[in-house]
Design a protein around this ligand. Structure first.
Ligand SMILES: *[C@@H]1O[C@H](CO)[C@@H](O)[C@H](O)[C@H]1NC(C)=O
Ligand SMILES: *[C@@H]1O[C@H](CO)[C@@H](O)[C@H](O)[C@H]1NC(C)=O
Ligand SMILES: *[C@@H]1O[C@H](CO)[C@@H](O)[C@H](O)[C@H]1NC(C)=O
Ligand SMILES: *[C@@H]1O[C@H](CO)[C@@H](O)[C@H](O)[C@H]1NC(C)=O
Ligand SMILES: *[C@@H]1O[C@H](CO)[C@@H](O)[C@H](O)[C@H]1NC(C)=O
Length: 194
C-alpha cells in the first residue's frame, strides 16, 4: 500500500490528479532588500474548502523545476524563496498549485523574476547629530537579506553603488519642507534661524 508506506516515511505527499480545481491567482514575488517572498491569492470560486499549496521554482537557464520542501502542502499563501533566489544576478520563475484531497489545480506561474532589477530598496537608517550651529544627518543604506544572523552583512550600497538619497528638512516653525543642497552637513541658521 503506497499511501501507508508514504505515511510511515513521514512523507507529506500524495499524488493528486489535475482536475477542475481552479488555480491560485495573483502569484508574484514581493522582494525587499533581496528578501524574496513568493505570494499568491487562493483560487477563486472555492466554497468553504480548505486547500493546501505546493511550490516549485526554476533557475533561468537550467533544465528543471526544483521543489521547495518547506513549501509542500502548506496552508499559507506565501513561501520564502530568498535562499533559493539569492544569486541576484540570476533570473527565476516560481509556480504554485492548489491541492484538495486528491484533486489539484494547474500550476499558476510567475513571470520571470530578476532580483537585481526588481527588488525594492528599503529605507535607510537615519541618525542625527547636532551641535550649536549645525545638524548632521547620517544615513546608512539598508542591509541585504542574509541567510543567517551571523553571516556578514552586505549593504545594499555595495550592490547599487550609485544609490542616492533625498533628504528633506521639515521646519516646524514655518511648516515648510526644504530639500537642502546636500553635502552631509547643513548649517542650521540658513534654514532654522530668523
Ligand atoms: C475533484 O475531482 C473529482 C474527479 O475528477 C471531481 O468530480 C470534483 O469535482 C473535483 N473537486 C474539485 C473541488 O475540484
Ligand atoms: C488580484 O489582484 C488584483 C489587484 O491587486 C485584485 O483586484 C484582485 O481582486 C486579486 N484577485 C484575487 C483573486 O485575489
Ligand atoms: C519534486 O517533487 C515531486 C513530487 O514529490 C517529484 O516527483 C519530483 O521528482 C521532484 N523534483 C525534483 C527535481 O526533485
Ligand atoms: C494550517 O496548518 C497548520 C499546521 O498544519 C494548522 O495547525 C492550522 O490549523 C492550519 N490552518 C488552517 C487555516 O487550516
Ligand atoms: C525629494 O523629495 C522632495 C520632497 O519630498 C520631492 O519634492 C523631490 O521631488 C524629491 N526629489 C527626487 C529627486 O526624488
Amino acid at each position: 500500500n503506497i499511501l501507508l508506506f508514504l505515511t510511515i516515511l513521514g512523507v507529506n505527499w500524495v499524488p493528486c490528479v489535475s482536475g477542475n480545481l481552479p488555480k491560485p491567482t495573483n502569484i508574484t514575488f514581493l522582494s525587499i532588500n533581496m528578501k524574496n517572498i513568493l505570494q499568491w491569492n487562493p483560487p477563486e470560486g472555492l466554497q468553504g474548502i480548505e486547500v493546501t499549496y505546493t511550490v516549485q521554482y526554476f533557475i533561468y537557464g537550467q533544465k528543471k523545476w526544483l521543489n521547495k520542501s518547506e513549501c509542500r502542502n502548506i496552508n499559507r499563501t506565501y513561501c520564502d524563496l530568498s535562499s533559493e533566489t539569492s544569486d541576484y544576478e540570476h533570473q527565476y520563475y516560481a509556480k504554485v498549485k492548489a491541492i484538495w484531497e486528491t484533486n489539484c489545480s494547474k500550476w499558476a506561474e510567475t513571470g520571470r523574476f530578476y532580483p537585481f532589477l526588481e527588488t525594492q530598496i528599503g529605507p535607510p537608517e537615519v541618525a542625527l547629530t547636532t551641535d550649536e550651529k549645525s545638524i548632521s544627518v547620517i544615513l546608512t543604506a539598508p542591509e541585504k537579506w542574509k541567510r543567517n544572523p551571523e553571516d556578514s552583512s552586505v549593504s545594499m550600497q555595495q550592490i547599487y553603488s550609485n544609490l542616492k538619497y533625498n533628504v528633506s528638512i521639515y521646519n516646524t516653525k514655518s511648516n515648510r519642507m526644504v530639500s537642502p543642497k546636500w553635502n552631509g552637513i547643513y548649517n542650521l541658521c540658513t534654514t532654522f534661524c530668523s
